[in-house]
Design a protein around this ligand. Structure first.
Ligand code: CP
Ligand code: NVA
Length: 338
């Protein structure tokens, strides 16, 4: 029996903490293999569909290169290339793609779409980001944390910014699963939804992780081993930028907020893409333009040695390889390990 075989990777809570840990460690192993130029063709002869309803740099690149490194053929199917959602249902698309491809990546809006693709395609489906979760990013980010600190249990991760987006949801739940204390600093209107908090609390009781959700940025960052932020407006969100900026400016990662951790060695994380230098953003409502020197993170902090943002980005490749190889590679992973 080979554990994970044929499974989809749709959201973190479909797996146990031990399974997520296996994928993190497998990702670190695959990173080492690539660094040593050792071949790892676990998906020889397989065909992989890459479906994108939203734009992407890292996820698209990582899935493409990962498929090639694993010996598979990736095929990009963008939102203007296929019938999905316009002339054909998700379910019918799933059946067609599943009859030709061995695995399917999906990035888009609704979590329900990726779940339907998995249910009706009959092949492993991997979530490359939805409005609700960003699970491949979690494998990469917890690889980054583990490589940096040598362990995960007992670390404190603080996320500041939009507490209701995919990244906040995924970091909250994954940290709680893996025994990482998770602090969310966000204004009351942008704090995590009750269902996500309830899920995280259930896991935290098992793992010993502490959860803190606060509207006070100083309280949120105190004692943080890692400070994390994300864009203030996510792809597909129809909100007024001016309003968001007003709400979130106190949560910007700048030198003062880094100092407020009280941890000189704290690392700074961001899933990217980031607005860290001079930007003009346009408000959705009235079309006003806002000019800022930086939005969610200052250039100074982004470029400081404490920032590990490009290591995170680089780790998307081995993370995605681990997920694809484990679920489609016919590896020897005994059930008894879990
Ligand atoms: N972090 C991330 O998912 O980046 P892309 O949107 O560029 O894929
Ligand atoms: N929250 C961001 C993450 C991008 C990787 C978005 O959904 O746009």
């Amino acid at each position: 029996n080979t554990h994970f075989n044929g499974q989809s990777f749709l959201k973190e809570i479909d797996f146990t903490p031990a399974e997520l840990t296996y994928l993190i460690d497998f990702g670190l192993h695959l990173k080492m293999l690539k660094a040593q130029h050792l071949p790892h063709p676990y998906l020889q002869g397989k065909n992989i569909a890459l479906l994108f309803e939203k734009t992407s740099t890292r996820t698209r690149s990582a899935f493409t290169v990962a498929a090639n490194d694993l010996g598979a053929h990736p095929e990009f199917l963008g939102k203007n290339d296929i019938q999905l959602g316009k002339k054909e249902s998700v379910s019918d698309t799933a059946k067609v793609l599943g009859s030709m491809f061995d695995g399917i990546e999906f990035r888009g809006f609704a979590q329900a779409t990726v779940e339907t693709l998995a249910k009706d395609s009959g092949v492993p489906v991997w979530n490359g980001l939805t409005d609700k979760w960003h699970p491949t990013q979690m494998i990469a980010d917890f690889m980054t944390l583990k490589a940096h600190f040598g362990h995960l249990q007992g670390l404190t991760l603080t996320y500041v910014g939009d507490g209701r987006n995919n990244m906040a949801n995924s970091l909250l739940v994954t940290s709680a699963m893996l025994g990482v204390n998770i602090h969310i600093g966000a204004p009351t209107g942008l704090q995590p939804a009750a269902d996500v908090v309830a899920l995280a609390q259930t896991y935290a009781q098992q793992s010993g992780s502490d959860i803190l959700i606060t509207a006070d940025p100083q309280v949120a960052v105190a004692g943080a081993d890692a400070l994390y932020t994300d864009v203030w407006v996510s792809m597909g969100e129809q909100v007024d930028y001016g309003e968001r900026i007003k709400q979130l400016l106190p949560f910007q990662i700048n030198a003062d907020l880094v100092a407020a951790t009280g941890q000189p060695e704290t690392i700074v994380m961001h899933c990217l893409p980031a607005f860290h230098d001079h930007q003009t953003v346009t408000g959705a409502a009235l079309g006003q333009k806002y000019q800022l020197d930086a939005i969610e993170i200052t250039d100074e902090v982004f470029n400081s040695p404490q920032a590990v943002v490009f290591e995170e980005a680089g780790n998307r490749l081995p993370a995605i390889k681990a997920i694809m190889a484990a679920t489609l590679g016919d590896l020897f992973i005994p059930d008894s390990l879990f």
